[in-house]
Design a protein around this ligand. Structure first.
Ligand code: NDP
Length: 329
């Protein structure tokens, strides 16, 4: 392919961002030692912000969106990869400082790439995407802290979203009693089909929190932040742990120190973007064994590359259920 299609944001002199479909040549790509023919990408919350063309996500202009990609290596001068390898990439500044996955071709650092784990093809890798890999990082963090299903239930907030849906599927397979918090009661059957045992209305958690509340769960995966996270902490059982990975309600944390100093609760921060490679490899290895692909399929829709802008507008309004794969090829 001499030229290829990419979705690019350019900032004009007045600081206004313009989102355009472009035809690029390989020479116009950014630096890297591996060229990938991108076959699939996905839509995460951050991609929705990027494609709103009003966000602070792109830190350079021009910039190509898409924090995730999967595809086939076309050429490589990196010792770890050769032409024909099937690979995936999550984060590492894609769509912020380096051209991302909304492009039929990408040139990236081989150090950022992961070979597709056995049993996971490019479609499933992007059905998982950063959202699903973040859910797995959250589960790993809880495990490393030492909480286990016999300690009590686990709460998942933002349950019907991408991180939430994958977290429910993984945690239920690992034997946890999963409580799903959602603002979409109509998705109760969907959440139960993924493995949730109880559904609660997110309104129970979204108002300002008291320092401590009734102890309701031993662990939590929170993709919502703000008052919700404060309430989650206040209602976590003594010596439990909460993995904090998102900000769907807000970036603030209006909480007190009471859960930490009176109940020994641990707040575990999750960063997928610059997560060290060893942790990524561990997460992808566990995704290959601990995520039921039938449940992944049930939570995933596939869209054409040309539909990505319209779909992305929905995710920032909390309007997407589960995961969306973007068929780039
Ligand atoms: P989604 O939009 O798919 O899911 C977010 C969910 O949060 C929604 O589906 C909704 O669930 C809930 N929600 C939305 N708005 C509100 C609100 N105002 N108050 C309470 N709940 C709300 O996004 P993702 O799953 O892709 O990402 C979730 C969050 O995690 C985002 O903030 C994202 O930036 C962050 N994230 C962080 C990463 C990291 O590296 N730390 C990596 C990936 C994501 P429901 O309808 O069930 O209530």
């Amino acid at each position: 392919m001499s030229t290829f299609k990419a979705l690019m944001i350019t900032k004009d002199d007045a600081g206004v961002q313009h989102l355009d479909w472009k035809q690029l040549t390989e020479a116009e790509l950014m630096e890297g030692d591996v060229v990938v023919r991108v076959t699939h990408s996905t839509i995460n919350y951050k991609d929705g912000l990027f494609l709103s063309a009003k966000s602070a996500i792109p830190r350079k202009s021009p910039m190509i969106g898409g924090i995730d990609l999967a595809g086939i290596v076309e050429s490589s001068s990196h010792a770890g990869f050769k032409a024909g390898d099937a690979v995936l990439l999550n984060g590492y500044g894609l769509s912020e400082t380096h051209y991302g996955g909304y492009s039929e071709k990408a040139r990236v650092k081989g150090d950022w790439l992961i070979k597709l784990p056995a049993g996971i093809d490019a479609h499933h890798a992007m059905a998982i995407g950063t959202a699903g890999y973040t859910a797995m990082l959250s589960v790993l963090a809880l495990e490393k802290h030492g909480v286990k299903p016999s300690d009590g239930p686990v709460l998942v907030t933002g349950a019907a979203g991408g991180v939430g849906s994958v977290a429910i599927a993984i945690l239920s397979k690992l034997g946890w009693h999963v409580i799903a918090s959602t603002g979409r009661p109509e998705e109760a059957d969907y959440l139960k089909s993924l493995g949730a045992s109880e559904i609660i209305d997110r309104k129970e958690l979204s108002e300002p929190a008291r320092p401590l509340g009734k102890e309701r769960w031993a662990a939590a995966v929170d993709s919502v932040g703000s008052h919700t996270l404060a309430n989650v902490l206040a209602m976590t059982k003594s010596h439990g742990a909460v993995a904090c990975c998102g900000l769907a309600q807000g970036m603030d944390l209006p909480a007190s120190v009471a859960p930490f100093i009176l109940r020994g609760i641990a707040l575990l921060g999750i960063d997928s973007v610059m997560c060290p490679m060893a942790h990524r490899l561990e997460a992808w290895k566990r995704l290959a064994t601990d995520l039921d692909l039938k449940k992944l399929d049930a939570m995933t829709r596939t869209i054409a590359f040309s539909d990505v802008i319209a779909e992305a507008a929905k995710i920032v309004k909390g309007g997407i259920r589960g995961r969306v794969v973007v068929n780039i090829a």
